[in-house]
Design a protein around this ligand. Structure first.
Ligand code: ADP
Ligand code: MG
Length: 410
């Protein structure tokens, strides 16, 4: 088994990692780091939560020339949230080191401030495609000395429609720089991008299911469309999740469920692509801070987000396929923490759910929850359209008290 030592990572970084509780490399790190340290191009395929960030970040840190105050590594991520997470992870490692600087650039920040900071010559720049390109066009991001270009979450980036920006960014970098592409999936668009730009690339991949599913306590609960919401509420009341993500199939369904649960006094918020970037950031921030411990989300919005500390994932609506199932439940039980995933299945979903089980070779444990008459009645009221705030507020208060007694594992 590899260790960070055998991968030739310096003691300096190993110590910093240990302080964060990171002791042994994940499979994708063990595979990717040796290639990246030699400067080779790389295509890495691994699901969310497998530790891709450090897989590219550690070799970048190892290869930086401290004497040289110029941008040596550029990391491109599809969303601000992801860019910020990578920047945070980088800052955790380089804190207190005077010779290394990293800077995050993404939309919504003050451009002039960013330009001033770029003037101070960070060696590592992390950002979203649009804003990076903006700085390239203004001449405020000088990439002449760039050694490494990382395209993180390439599938998501192309899915959002950033191909032209990504190609323009690649074109603005030196020909001999190292190119690293990471992706959870390999749709044609990603394959094509890889074929066009990677040269003699190493290819590494890890199977996701093994990484995530094992540490997660998985359950299925049979319900009906009509009873779905009371079933969820009964589980929230009974399990008192500390921090939960509730997945819906569409933005509309997420919005509606959020509204209805809020009306019932539950501390929820919504996160999906139909919201403005500002709203999404606010929802994420409040979730991180524990102010709204239940986040109702769609797949797209939650992809790739590192939300360590999530204790429960609810599949309110069945995910499309096994891959999406693994993505979703991978939001919990990350990096060795315990997590619980509960999938609500209606008679109509049953076959599709069995398919997911078969694909993953798992056998999910059925559970039941008691529905009180009162809850069922409130559901009936709702379907008649006369929903009014229920008397469930005590719950909310109790669960928020509990939150302050615990510190989040972040
Ligand atoms: P990905 O980019 O593949 O989705 P991340 O790089 O965001 O995954 O890592 C997911 C989580 O795992 C983060 O909280 C990170 O700190 C943690 N992590 C990364 N590498 C390790 C490791 N070697 N050991 C333990 N935890 C790790
Ligand atoms: Mg990542």
């Amino acid at each position: 088994m590899s260790t960070f030592e055998t991968l030739h990572i310096q003691e300096l970084w190993i110590k910093k990692l240990q302080k964060q509780g990171i002791k042994t490399p994940t499979p994708i790190q063990a595979q990717a780091i040796p290639h990246l340290l030699t400067g080779r191009d790389l295509l890495g395929k691994a699901q969310t939560g497998t530790g891709k960030t450090l897989a590219f970040l550690l070799p970048i840190l190892e290869r930086i020339d401290l004497e040289q105050k110029s941008v040596q590594a550029l990391i491109v991520a599809p969303t601000r949230e992801l860019a910020r997470q990578i920047a945070d992870e980088t800052h955790k490692l380089i804190r207190n080191l005077e010779d290394i600087r990293a800077l995050a650039v993404y939309g919504g920040q003050d451009v002039v401030k960013q330009i001033n900071k770029l003037d101070r010559m960070p060696q590592i720049v992390i950002g979203t495609p649009g804003r990076i390109l903006d700085h390239i066009d203004r001449g405020t991001l000088d990439l002449r000395e760039l050694k490494t270009l990382v395209l993180d979450e390439a599938d998501q980036m192309l899915h959002i429609g950033f191909l032209p920006e990504v190609e323009d960014i690649i074109a603005a970098t030196p020909r001999d720089r190292q190119l690293v592409m990471l992706s959870a999936t390999m749709p044609d668009k990603v394959e094509k991008l890889a074929k066009t730009y990677l040269k003699n690339a190493a290819e590494v991949s890890v199977e996701a299911e093994k990484v995530t599913v094992d540490t997660i306590d998985q359950h299925v609960i049979m319900t009906t469309d009509r009873r779905k919401q009371v079933t969820l509420r009964a589980m929230l009341d009974e399990m008192r999740p500390y921090a939960a993500i509730i997945f819906c199939r569409t933005q509309r369904r997420a919005s509606k469920l959020n509204e209805e649960l809020q009306m019932q006094g539950y501390p929820t918020d919504e996160l999906h692509g139909g919201l403005t970037q500002a709203k999404r950031e606010k929802a994420m921030a409040k979730f991180y801070q524990g102010k709204t411990p239940f986040l109702i989300a769609t797949d797209v919005a939650s992809r790739g987000l590192d939300v360590t500390g999530v204790t429960h994932v609810f599949n309110y609506d069945l995910p499309d396929d096994a891959e999406s199932y693994v993505h979703r439940i991978g939001r919990t039980g990350r990096a060795g923490n315990d997590g619980m995933a509960i999938t609500l299945v209606t008679p109509r979903d049953e076959r599709a759910f069995r398919d997911i089980e078969r694909t993953l070779g798992i056998d999910v444990t059925p559970i039941t929850v008691e529905l009180s008459e009162e809850m069922i009645a409130s559901q009936h009221d709702q379907s008649k359209g006369s929903s009014k705030p229920a008397e469930g507020r005590g719950n909310t208060r109790r669960s928020s008290n509990r939150r302050t007694n615990n510190s989040r594992r972040r």
